[in-house]
Design a binder for this molecule. Structure first.
Ligand code: DQA
Length: 145
């Protein structure tokens, strides 16, 4: 069975508490449950992780090589700042989807820039927690092709 790493960056452990008017009231544990259930429905194994630390996210991306067939990453604010995450994604050569709960393009200007977009297969943003299952469908279809 194909396997995907779903990686979450800084402050996403605060979902449910953090700015509910922007991010909703769904917690990261709720999203993990949703992803695991969706994985069973579409035959995609799911590893779900979160870190507030840039280096730990780089390590997780490196470790995905040889273990997973794709990555879905909500890099949080590191999306807009991290050349290290961009280089890590480029290094492992795994199909990777950039994901955001909010529509970053409808928000502050500094959120419009993504370092990781140029090394990702595509971007899903603005669909809240549902974006995770949309990204899983996209990875599943891509891996099959
Ligand atoms: C986010 C958007 C980022 O700009 C922000 O820094 C986050 C969450 C999202 O899921 O909408 O932490 O990635």
């Amino acid at each position: 069975m194909a396997s995907v790493l779903i990686l979450n960056g800084p402050n996403l452990n605060m979902l449910g508490i953090r700015q509910p008017e922007v991010y909703g009231v769904t917690t990261l544990a709720d999203i993990e449950k949703l992803c695991k259930e969706h994985g069973q429905a579409i035959d995609l194994e799911v590893s779900f992780a979160q870190s507030n630390h840039e280096g730990a996210l780089v390590d997780a991306i490196h470790d995905a090589r040889g273990t997973h067939q794709g990555i879905i990453i909500n890099a949080g604010a590191y999306t807009h700042t991290s050349i290290a995450l961009m280089d890590a994604i480029a290094s492992v050569e795994l199909p990777t989807i950039e994901l955001h709960l909010s529509n970053v393009h409808a928000r502050e200007e500094f959120r419009h820039k993504s370092y990781i977009a140029k090394v990702c297969l595509g971007i899903i943003c603005g669909f809240g927690a549902q974006g995770y299952t949309l990204a899983m469908d996209a990875i599943k279809a891509h891996v099959k092709d």
